[in-house]
Design a protein. Structure first.
Length: 320
C-alpha cells in the first residue's frame, strides 16, 4: 500500500486520548479521516486536539460511509465484537483494544471473521511492546524461566478487573512461559464483578510455574514481574525499572547496548514507556505491507481462554 493510511477511530474516551490518538497523530504516513463517539464532550476534546476529517455519531454509519484502510476500536468491551465484525465485513482492517469481548464465542467469531474477509485483526496487548518487558524477555529468550511472578495492584476495584485489567499480566505470563496445562486459583470478593483479590498458580507446558496476583484494595498502582531461573533473576517494575541479578545476588551491569536501550526511553512519554507507539506502529506497518500482526489475533484469543480458565477456577464470572 502506497501513500497515507486512512484510519478511523471508534471511541474517543480516555485510552484514545492518552494513547492511540497521540500515537496515530505522530505518524507522518497516517491520516485520521473519521472518528465516532456518542459523547459530545469527547468529540469536542478530540477535534480540538487532533486533525480528524469527519465525525460520525453512529459507528455503523461510519463503517458504511467512511473510506478507511483500518479502524481502531476503543469502546467498552461489550461492544467490541459487533463493531469489529461490522468493519471486517466492510473490508476494513481492525485494531481492537483488549479484552476482545466478554464472551469467548464472540472473540472466536472475531478471529473467524478476520480470516473469512482476509483482513488484519490485532488486539491491544501493549505490554508485549513495553521496553522493560521486551528487554526481560530478551534475557530469557534462550532459556526457560523456572518461576515467573506477576503482580498487578490498584487502590480501588474496577469492574471485571481480572478480564479488563489483569489480562495484561496473564498475557505476559503466556509470552514468557508457554501454554497453561493446569490452573489453580482463589479470589476474594463481595461482588464477583468487582473482585478485590485473585491469586493464581499456573503450570505451563515448558515446566515453568507462573504466579499471578492481582489486588484492587492496595495502597497505590503497581505492576511488577519477577523472573527466576538458570542462575538469573530479573525484576521488572513497569514501566520504568529493570534489574538483573546473577552470581548469588550481585546486580549485573548491562552491556553498553542494554544500557543504551534502557536509557533511551528514560525521557520518553508514557505512550512509549508502555509500548503504545511501537504497538500502533506495527499495526499500521502490517496494514501497509499486508502481513500478520504479532501477536496475532489467534494468539490473543489464547490469552482470553486462559483468563476464562482462571475466572472459572477462582469462582468469578466466566466468559462463557
Amino acid at each position: 500500500m502506497a501513500g497515507e493510511v486512512r484510519v478511523g477511530v471508534v471511541g474517543l474516551g480516555n485510552i484514545a486520548h492518552l494513547a492511540h490518538l497521540p500515537c496515530l497523530a505522530s505518524f507522518e504516513d497516517v491520516s485520521i479521516v473519521a472518528a465516532s463517539d456518542t459523547v459530545e464532550s469527547a468529540v469536542k476534546r478530540a477535534t480540538s486536539m487532533f486533525r480528524i476529517s469527519h465525525i460520525f455519531n453512529d459507528p455503523h454509519e461510519m463503517a458504511e460511509k467512511a473510506d478507511l484502510d483500518c479502524v481502531f476500536i476503543l469502546t467498552p468491551p461489550d461492544t467490541h465484537a459487533q463493531l469489529a465484525e461490522r468493519f471486517l465485513e466492510r473490508g476494513v482492517n481492525v485494531f481492537c483494544e483488549k479484552p476482545m469481548s466478554l464472551k469467548l464465542k464472540e472473540a472466536e467469531d472475531m478471529v473467524d471473521s478476520a480470516r473469512k474477509h482476509g483482513r488484519k485483526l490485532m488486539i491491544g496487548l501493549n505490554r508485549r511492546f513495553t521496553p522493560v518487558y521486551v528487554k526481560a524477555k530478551q534475557i530469557f529468550e534462550k532459556i526457560c524461566p523456572e518461576v515467573c511472578v506477576a503482580v498487578k495492584a490498584k487502590s480501588s476495584p474496577i469492574r471485571r478487573g481480572l478480564v479488563e485489567d489483569n489480562i495484561h499480566m496473564t498475557d505476559v505470563l503466556r509470552w514468557f512461559c508457554g501454554e497453561a496445562i493446569s490452573v489453580h486459583s482463589r479470589s476474594r470478593f463481595k461482588d464477583p464483578y468487582y473482585e478485590e483479590s485473585v491469586c493464581t498458580l499456573i503450570e505451563f507446558d515448558t515446566g515453568t510455574l507462573g504466579i499471578n496476583v492481582s489486588n484492587y484494595d492496595a495502597g497505590g498502582w503497581l505492576e511488577k514481574l519477577e523472573v527466576y531461573g538458570d542462575g538469573c533473576t530479573v525484576i521488572v517494575e513497569s514501566p520504568h525499572t529493570l534489574r538483573v541479578f546473577k552470581n548469588g545476588g550481585e546486580e549485573v551491569s548491562h552491556s553498553a547496548a542494554a544500557r543504551d536501550y534502557l536509557s533511551a526511553f528514560s525521557e520518553w512519554s508514557l505512550i512509549d514507556k508502555f509500548g503504545y507507539r511501537r504497538q500502533d506502529r506495527l499495526f499500521i506497518d502490517c496494514v501497509k505491507e499486508g502481513r500478520e500482526p504479532t501477536p496475532s489475533a489467534e494468539d490473543a484469543l489464547k490469552t482470553h481462554k486462559l483468563v476464562n480458565l482462571v475466572a472459572k477456577a477462582c469462582g468469578l464470572p466466566s466468559l462463557e
